[in-house]
Design a binder for this molecule. Sequence first.
Ligand code: SIN
Ligand code: FE
Length: 303
Amino acid sequence: MACDTMDTEHVIETFDLSSWASPVADSLSQKALTALESGKVLYFPKLDFPLDAHETRFLDPRWSDPKSKNISFSQTTGLLKGALGNPQDQAGLARMLSRYASFSTTLLRALFPQYGDNLKLARTSFRPAEVNRRALSPRKDDSRLHVDAFPASPTGGNRILRVFTNVHPNGKTRDWRLGEPFEQVAEHFLSGIRPFSPAWSSLMRTLGITRGYRSAYDHYMLHLHDTMKADEAYQKQARQIPFSFPAHSSWIVYTDLVSHAAMAGQFAFEQTCHLPDFAHAHPETTPLARLEALLHRKLTHGS
Ligand code: SIN
Ligand code: FE
């Protein structure tokens, strides 16, 4: 997508669905898949996650443990993390997050039948705090444009697909910035990233600094993330577009592909899924394929 200016239609594809369990026609599913993999945000202005009457009390930042950023839940293990409250409160929070996990995966399965069982459910989060713009370090500051990559959790090329819903009860928008396409981000920063060291990656795994082996792919993704965030001039001057997601809307995005920053907002749900590299409809669009093309070498094999 080489374009000099960025318009909303370059980065956002809008869908009319108003139910998480809507049947999805083949043509719609194809359109959604192509838009998603090409690096657009799929935006559902009418798709809300209505809370049950007894859940509205959870719309309060006091439920979240100040030590963790978000309240998180694993649908696989049933474990809730980062929440305060007595066992009954915690069970209520877990049920609410579990409902979001079920709703969002129902939609993902209907929208992307090609992904089938390759789409793996990961963490569900509830974000009751105001978006934090006073992070301690630039690398932790999500109000700076970045692509998602996490120091302790290498993906080895598996994708990070996320579903978000803004559930603000008083109509506050969740304000993002969306940056230039991945290729341009990579072209801008790749030459300044130090070479990958397999020995250092092995050591980090042995010492438990990383959960698993940080591959060359993870190395470049993490350094893209960190150098983008640290570059003040880039943050201001890079091509970008602000977009405000209204309360009671949802969106789906590959956050490892789409440069994004969260500027303001409170009360959101988020579901993360992972997809292996081989399961893409358009394998040439993945960050792995794009980095390999720019670096002229494989990034996930060998150590
Ligand atoms: C992020 O992924 O950078 C944060 C998104 C959000 O909480 O809105
Ligand atoms: Fe992010």
